[in-house]
Ligand binder design. Structure first.
Ligand SMILES: Cc1ncc(COP(=O)(O)O)c(C=O)c1O
Ligand SMILES: [Zn+2]
Length: 389
């Protein structure tokens, strides 16, 4: 158990990790978990990983849970890094990989964050969890809460894909569908949580979902044999995966596992909801709310994210950027990925592929670089987005 404390990502104020925490009590920004990495690195070695379980709990020294018995797991993480030579040939690049996050429990990368958040909720004695969600985080919370014997209270926009709504109900969650966007759902959770006794597990408004998500960075490093790829394209809503990977890279460098080189990180958003792209392009250090947000990639329908400043910092420090694609381009790219590689991607995964084409055309990514596309969920959860003829 190497977790030492929580600290605010904006003002640095320390917070006690032995009690439930949401955001910084001084400034309202996200909290990060900090570890005694020197001690962790004594048992968590590159060599030790060879004999460990496949799930993300293989990195347990740099994860927050104290006792093994509090871990709530469905076998998350350990997803394949698929070489994509046929898709690479179509796009005219040399070295392309798909990190296929659809192969997680609940068929999305949201399982990574929920295994750590729900495990910590168990450690801290919480019983009722609430979340606003674009869909996949809801499905994951429903699953992990059920597995832990806890209540899940879920608030989603009413146009969330049907698969997400059904999976939550079938896993026993309390589901409320709302007129509006994820931000409206978040406001509803905030309004009711005290009276209802709910703990809010909104992304980056509790400190441990990002800890699970950061294992994306550990896995990538391990799968690339400790030499990270040159370019990462990540479909971004709340940004937790992007922020988590950036944190993981810093931790691995501190443990002596990787050097100071970093992949160039690119945020991928939809034309109809691109607050981070706008902020990046204008040189801003935070993003303003994107009004009238709309896109079929429900996971990208996040008009305002509390971690905006952390994303923008990672994008800039990495030498990457931010790019938006149309809904038509992302749906077309799903078929391109599917027919070339046998991966039926979610529209969000298609967006990453469509964005790569734009970045190659603008010269921001070079054909000879090693490139990773994140497919964050499966097309099977989004059947209403595709033609069935
Ligand atoms: C399939 C999918 N991709 C990407 C995202 C965006 O994830 P993040 O909040 O980590 O930016 C989501 C979020 O709901 C999602 O469901
Ligand atoms: Zn603070």
């Amino acid at each position: 158990m190497y977790l030492t404390h929580l600290a605010c990502t904006a003002c640095g104020r320390h917070h006690e990790a032995s009690v439930p925490q949401n955001v910084c009590t001084a400034c309202g920004k996200p909290l990060f978990a900090h570890y005694d990495l020197a001690a962790a690195a004594r048992t968590l070695t590159k060599e030790s990983l060879a004999s460990r379980e496949k799930s993300l709990w293989r990195y347990r020294e740099v994860l927050p849970v104290k006792s093994e018995s509090d871990i709530v797991s469905l076998g998350e993480g350990g997803t394949p890094l698929l070489p994509a030579p046929r898709l690479a040939a179509r796009l005219g690049v040399r070295s392309l990989f798909i990190k296929d996050e659809a192969q997680n429990p609940t068929a999305s990368f949201k399982a990574r964050g929920m295994t750590t958040a729900v495990s910590m909720a168990r450690q801290l004695g919480l019983k009722k969890l609430a979340v606003p969600s674009a869909g996949n985080a809801a499905g994951s919370l429903a699953a992990y809460a059920a597995r832990a014997g806890m209540e899940a209270h879920i608030f989603m926009p009413k146009d969330t894909p049907k698969a997400n709504v059904i999976e939550c109900r079938e896993m026993g969650a309390h589901v409320t569908l709302m007129d509006g966007l994820i931000t409206d759902c978040g406001a509803e959770v905030a309004r009711r949580k005290v009276a209802e006794g709910w703990f809010d597990v909104s992304t980056l408004k509790e400190p441990y979902r990002v800890e699970g998500k950061k294992t994306l960075g550990y896995e990538l490093a391990e799968q690339f044999k400790w030499r990270l790829p040159e370019v990462i394209l990540y479909p971004t809503g709340g940004g937790t995966g992007l922020i988590g990977m950036w944190k993981a890279f810093a931790e691995m460098q501190e443990m002596g596992w990787i050097d100071a080189r970093r992949p160039r990180m690119f945020t991928v958003q939809a034309d109809g909801c691109a607050p981070i792209v706008r902020a990046f392009d204008s040189g801003a250090t935070s993003a303003t709310e994107f009004l009238g947000a709309h896109t079929r990639a429900s996971g990208l329908r996040v008009p305002k994210a509390i971690g905006d400043f952390l994303m923008l910092e990672a994008l800039r420090k990495s030498g990457g950027g931010a790019v938006a694609v149309s809904d038509d381009a992302m749906i077309a790219a799903v078929r391109e990925m599917g027919s070339a590689e046998g991966v039926f991607a979610a529209p969000e995964g298609g967006a990453a592929c469509a964005a790569l084409r734009l970045l190659l055309a603008s010269g921001q990514v070079k054909p000879e670089e090693s490139i990773v596309l994140f497919n964050t969920s499966t097309g099977l959860k989004y059947l209403e987005c595709f033609d069935s003829e």
